[in-house]
Write a protein that binds this ligand. Structure first.
Ligand code: ADP
Ligand code: MG
Length: 292
């Protein structure tokens, strides 16, 4: 590869909203055999919103939302802002929380007025030994509709379920299609529940899903593919996928993400479009071919 042809290609990429931060990434991109896409913020918009609330007998939607928002006030997660926005829209006040803890990939916990609260996914509540049978039907309908259920438990009982939607990006399906056309294996990784993940993947045209992956294990998914001979690109927004971006042969940071993602990425995709990943691979192949 001559320095000049690379410089030209880097410039051309920049015009297309693809920022190459590491020169070698331009050459490696064309050799990728697999691309792992993070779900939240990469395939989906990453701006989730609360669509509805189910409650247990004796509990009002307002009370459930108020307690959920009180807990989420301490969290930076995109799901937290969805809950806080819903409470604000309903003019619901939040309460002070004692002993707040965030459990990455699971949810949040703490106490309000001496009531022990948990808010999170099925895995979190099961880990805490909570019986979910009363909400089985509501959970099933969430999964069918590709919604993420946030369960609220108070003193060991499920008292509510918040149905959260995070729609897929309008160009996600085309982005996946183009990668497949380039002969690249496409996978989706997420901490979300298997059933929700499968529904989102289906909508995006992705056949391979790794769900319920804890934040620290996303890099392991990349490593495993590499150990089986794949050359792996990882696409994420850096909300807990920075180590996976760093582990990948080429890390694509979605530009709407966090500063940490941009720093861990070899390539920064501006305007958040997953379509740019296949464009970068295509451009890389053209450049490398011209150099030879
Ligand atoms: P992703 O892989 O989609 O970026 P995360 O690993 O951050 O997601 O989270 C995985 C799952 O853990 C979420 O889908 C949600 O069910 C649960 N979760 C994580 N953080 C929170 C939170 N602050 N409040 C509620 N649920 C949470
Ligand atoms: Mg994420």
């Amino acid at each position: 590869a001559t320095p000049i042809s690379i410089m030209v290609a880097v410039g051309r990429a920049a015009q297309h909203g693809i920022l190459i931060r590491r020169g070698e990434a331009l050459q490696s991109a064309g050799r990728l055999t697999a691309v792992v896409l993070d779900k939240t913020g990469t395939i989906t918009e990453g701006r989730p919103s609360v669509m509805g609330i189910d409650t247990a007998k004796g509990w009002s939607e307002k009370r459930v939302l108020g307690l959920a928002a009180s807990l989420e006030a301490g969290s930076e997660h995109p799901l937290a802002s969805a809950v806080l926005r819903a409470a604000e829209a309903g003019k619901i006040a939040t309460s002070a929380v004692d002993g707040f803890v965030a459990e990455p990939g699971h949810g949040v916990a703490g106490s309000v007025d001496g009531i022990r609260l948990l808010l999170g996914n099925v895995a979190m509540l099961e880990k805490h030994g909570i019986d979910l049978r009363a909400f089985e039907a509501q959970l099933a309908s969430c999964f069918k509709e590709a919604l993420t259920p946030l369960l609220l438990a108070a003193d060991g009982q499920v008292v509510g379920l918040l149905r959260v939607a995070d729609p897929i990006k309008p160009d996600a399906r085309e982005a996946v299609q183009r990668l497949k056309e380039l002969g690249v294996r496409v996978l989706m990784v997420t901490g979300d529940h298997e059933a929700t993940a499968q529904a989102i993947a289906r909508a995006a045209g992705i056949d391979e899903v790794r769900a319920q992956v804890l934040p620290q294990d996303k890099a392991t998914v990349v490593k495993e593919l590499q150990s089986r001979g794949e050359i792996v690109g990882m696409v994420g927004d850096g909300i807990n996928d920075a180590p996976a971006l760093a582990q990948a042969d080429v890390g694509f940071a979605i530009g709407t993400g966090t500063d940490i993602a941009i720093e861990s990425g070899d390539v920064v995709i501006m305007a958040g479009s997953p379509l740019k990943v296949s464009e970068a691979i295509h451009l890389s192949r053209l450049t490398v071919r011209n150099i030879k």
